[in-house]
Design a protein around this ligand. Structure first.
Ligand SMILES: [Zn+2]
Length: 144
């Protein structure tokens, strides 16, 4: 999957539809250990903010913010599914929920790195946590 390929995505109910070009394909697929990511359980990839176009359902997107309220976490108000968020570490970049991308499943990736999101790079007292891989989540297919 090349870096210029336009991928289509949608929430579970389909109210929210979007087109996106990923920043680095699926090379930086990840989960994150921050309190929100841990709770929602989403696997994400990166894009530059301008590379996301919401093609339908802009009015269905609801914003959730917490803690420093810098990051903007969007989800569909009908089905509750998280589609993407604008990052706190770099507001020019967004993270996209891999499970929302058409034809792509988080289970297509057998090993997903879990990044240290508890020690956020923007928190002055935690300068060392940026991008640190804490471990990997594995998907192991059961053959019966
Ligand atoms: Zn929805």
């Amino acid at each position: 999957m090349s870096g210029t390929q336009v991928l289509k995505g949608h929430c579970h109910c389909g109210a929210v539809q979007f087109d996106v070009v990923l920043l680095n394909g699926f090379n930086n697929i990840r989960r994150c250990s921050c309190s929100l990511c841990e709770t929602r359980g989403a696997v994400v990839v990166s894009a530059v903010k301008e590379q996301l176009t919401v093609t339908a359902g802009q009015e269905a997107l609801t914003l959730y913010q917490f803690n420093t309220r810098v990051a903007k976490h969007y989800f569909c108000k009908h089905c509750g599914i998280y589609t993407h968020h604008q990052r706190r570490s770099n507001p020019e970049k967004i993270s996209i929920n891999v499970a929302c991308l058409a034809g792509v499943s988080p289970f297509d990736f057998p090993e997903v790195p879990v990044l240290n999101g508890r020690e956020h790079p923007r928190d002055a007292d935690t300068p060392s946590g940026k991008g640190k891989v804490l471990g990997h989540l594995r998907f192991i297919e059961t053959k019966e």
